[in-house]
Structures are given as structure tokens and as C-alpha cells.
Design a protein around this ligand. Structure first.
Ligand SMILES: Nc1ncnc2c1ncn2[C@@H]1O[C@H](COP(=O)(O)OP(=O)(O)O)[C@@H](O)[C@H]1O
Ligand SMILES: Cc1ncsc1CCOP(=O)(O)O
Ligand SMILES: [Mg+2]
Length: 267
């Protein structure tokens, strides 16, 4: 795979760290702590705020929002829609993680409402992207049962429908906008064996989106995350020791190392 395709992917990491953006996350109970630690490790400032009474007011404060439906209920869903609407109104970026969307009618209806608000970036595993596009999928709850290649057409369809960027994560990630596409081959096989690392990836994409173009920011975030995974995986004994090693690798990785280590193929 071609390395970096002549683009300085590290500059997106440098810019994110220089900005240290406040990221408003409406995420699930499983991911809250993991995702906040990941965002602190990369140099961003996380806030997990989901109460319906304050979500709109908080969304006005932050340059970027991430929405994750993993453990949503009716009140959370209303808050997600309210916050995303505010971002759309002010043309500020927001990211959707459609966790387990194919599993229940509630998740499908919530995602239909969120899709109508045109997320700047959607990132899910292959089964979630297939289900979100209405093309089936073989998910096992929140885990993927499909390969990334099977979801590429669904991702392109969603990008056309929303006008945004859609990323399918897996052994080799696929990213598409209505006009461009790329593959990112960084990553480690231990990553899907630790919960909330997909959710936390959306937190990293969100941080990179603040003040940056969506397609490049998403590709850079995926390469950075996967490269940190490679470095952690080289040291870890298994899923348990992978987690602290991954936080350390995210914090230690330099923009220069990202530019040389990014395995990005522009299609
Ligand atoms: N088999 C794999 N080999 C290498 N990296 C992987 C593999 N599976 C997932 N990843 C990486 O793990 C991260 C989380 O993706 P994924 O496991 O697909 O999300 P989710 O937890 O939402 O299902 C991404 O950075 C992805 O590139
Ligand atoms: C296990 C689980 N159940 C509901 S949300 C959630 C977390 C899923 O996180 P990820 O998709 O990042 O593995
Ligand atoms: Mg997920």
C-alpha cells in the first residue's frame, strides 16, 4: 500500500493539538470513560453532556459534537436530535456513530432522524454502515459481521445522500465523501477486542474536525488512531495491557511520525 500519498497527514494532528478543541460528546455508558481518556491523550478537551435540559446550551459552546446511539433511550434521543439540529443550523461539524443500528426499530428510527440532519462525518463498522444505508448487514449486536469491502457501496450511497464523509472501520478502513475516497491500512488485530475503541475513534475524528476540512481530517484521524494501535499492539500481551499502551501511544505519537507511518491510499 502506498504510504501517505504525498500528503502531510501529520499536519492535521499538529493543528488539532494546537487548537486543543472542546469536544461535546453525547455517547454511551460503556464508552464514556474510555472515550474521554482517549480525547485527553490526544490533546483535546472532552465533555460528556447528554441531559435534555442542557444539551442545546452546551452545544452552543463547543466547536464540534459527537453523537453515539449505543445506550440511548427516549430522552437521550431527544437530546441528540436537539444538539445535532443546533450544529446543523450553525453549520458546525458533528459526527455520528450508529452503534448497532440494525438491531432494533428504535435505533433505526433515531438514526433516520439524525441522518436527516446531515452529519458531517458518519463512522461505523461495516455492518452498521450497511444497516444505516438500508442494505441489510450481518451484525452481532454492536460488533461487525461483515467485511469492509461489502459496505463500500453503502458508504458511497450514504455520502451522496448526506453530502458528508462516511468512514467504514475494520482491518483496512474505507473513507468516502460524495467526490473522493481513500483506504487507510493502519491498525492492529487487538483493537476490535477492546470495547469502545470504535466509539473513541469517533471522538478523535470529532477533535480533528474542529476547523479542518472533513475528508482530510477523517483520513488523518483514522491513520493516527491505527498507527497508535500498531505501536500499542507491538508492546501488549493481550486486550488488557493493550488499553494503557494505546493511550500512551496516542499521547506520544508525533506529527512527523504520523506523516511517515500513515498507510493511506487515495482512490
Ligand atoms: N482486524 C483489524 N485489524 C486492524 N485494525 C482493526 C481491525 N478491526 C478494527 N480495527 C481498527 O479498530 C478501530 C475500531 O474499529 P472497529 O472495531 O471497526 O469499530 P467498532 O468498535 O465500532 O466495531 C479502527 O481504528 C479500525 O481501523
Ligand atoms: C458493548 C456496547 N453495548 C452498547 S454500546 C457498546 C459499546 C460499543 O463500542 P464499540 O462499537 O466502540 O466497540
Ligand atoms: Mg462501534
Amino acid at each position: 500500500m502506498a504510504q501517505s500519498e504525498h500528503h502531510d497527514w501529520g499536519q492535521h494532528l499538529a493543528q488539532m493539538r494546537a487548537t486543543a478543541p472542546l469536544v461535546h460528546n453525547i455517547t454511551n455508558f460503556v464508552a464514556m470513560n474510555v472515550m474521554a481518556n482517549v480525547q485527553l491523550a490526544i490533546g483535546a478537551s472532552p465533555a460528556m453532556v447528554h441531559a435534555l435540559e442542557e444539551v442545546e446550551e452546551f452545544a452552543a459552546l463547543a466547536p464540534v459534537l459527537t453523537v453515539n446511539i449505543g445506550t440511548a433511550d427516549g430522552a437521550w434521543a431527544a437530546g441528540m436530535l436537539r444538539a445535532a439540529k443546533l450544529m446543523a443550523l450553525h453549520t458546525r461539524p458533528w459526527v455520528l456513530d450508529p452503534v448497532g443500528v440494525g438491531a432494533t426499530a428504535f435505533r433505526q428510527e433515531l438514526c433516520a432522524g439524525l441522518l436527516a440532519l446531515k452529519p458531517t462525518v458518519i463512522r461505523g463498522n461495516a455492518s452498521e454502515i450497511l444497516a444505516l444505508a438500508g442494505q441489510g448487514g450481518q451484525a452481532r449486536g454492536v460488533d461487525a459481521g461483515d467485511g469492509v469491502a461489502a459496505a463500500e457501496a453503502a458508504a458511497r450511497d450514504l455520502a451522496t445522500r448526506t453530502g458528508g464523509v462516511v468512514a467504514v472501520s475494520g482491518p483496512v478502513d474505507f473513507v468516502t465523501s460524495p467526490t473522493r475516497a481513500a483506504r487507510v491500512a493502519n491498525g492492529h488485530a487487538l483493537m476490535p477486542r477492546v470495547t469502545a475503541l470504535g466509539c473513541s475513534l469517533n471522538g478523535v475524528i470529532g477533535a480533528f474536525l474542529a476547523g479542518q476540512p472533513a475528508f482530510e481530517a477523517t483520513v488523518a484521524a483514522l491513520a493516527y488512531y491505527g498507527l497508535a494501535g500498531e505501536q500499542a499492539g507491538a508492546k501488549a500481551q493481550g486486550p488488557g495491557s493493550f488499553q494503557p499502551a494505546f493511550l500512551d501511544a496516542l499521547a506520544a505519537l508525533t506529527p512527523e511520525r504520523l506523516t511517515t507511518g500513515a498507510k493511506v491510499q487515495i482512490l
